[in-house]
Design a protein. Structure first.
Length: 204
């Protein structure tokens, strides 16, 4: 039995919060905003406006840090479910012991058993809530790490590329209907992030 809610799935961990890179505006609107900003700053407009994109699905599949985080989330979820299963099993054993006593229990014993049962149920619910809260904090921390690494790489990568926007694309949420592969930076993003992550793990 799975005790932890399915909202804590590993897939959700690596996608929720990362999809924020996807800009929910039409490309023409983005271009108008950029041209307006240029006009206000006195910069020339025209053909210099460039937009790049990367594929979130490919990033999730090939970025080693995201794969490691997914595995960590699965391990934590399994551990939490095992913890709760053990507690539930112990509680059920106690309930069965009370059931076997049945009519031989005095009124005082029955009242005490009922009190203990309520305590057991409350303790189980509290412990489950604590585990879920801890897992949510873990997820949020890892999301922030992933976002930070992507933002750091893109900032450095774009220093000499001068893209006006770099968008994230996925096959569900994207508003990009036509993609020129010349401006697909997914491979560069994956290679750069993996190189950085490999160096980080080597230094530990």
């Amino acid at each position: 039995m799975k005790y932890i809610s399915t909202i804590f799935s590993a897939a959700a961990l690596v996608l929720v919060g990362i999809v924020y890179f996807v800009q929910h505006r039409e490309i023409d609107q983005l271009k108008r905003q950029a041209e307006s900003a240029r006009a206000m700053s006195g910069q020339p407009g025209g053909t210099n406006f460039k937009i790049a994109y990367f594929d979130l699905d490919t990033l999730q599949e090939k970025y080693e840090f995201m794969k490691d985080v997914k595995n960590q989330a699965i391990d934590r979820e399994n551990q939490m479910n095992q913890d709760l299963a053990n507690r539930d099993r112990k509680n059920q054993q106690q309930i069965e012991a009370w059931r076997q006593k049945g009519n031989t229990m005095t009124q005082a014993e029955a009242e005490e058993a009922n009190r203990q049962l309520q305590e057991m149920q409350q303790e189980f619910a509290n412990h489950k809530a604590e585990l879920e809260q801890s897992f949510m904090k873990f997820q949020e921390g890892k999301r922030e790490e992933i976002r930070g690494q992507i933002e750091k790489f893109i900032k450095e990568y774009n220093k000499d590329k001068n893209f006006a926007y770099i968008l994230a694309y996925d096959h569900v949420n994207s508003i990009i209907y036509n993609r020129d592969t010349v401006y697909n930076i997914t491979n560069q993003l994956v290679d750069g992030l993996n190189a950085s992550y490999a160096a980080y793990k080597k230094s530990k």
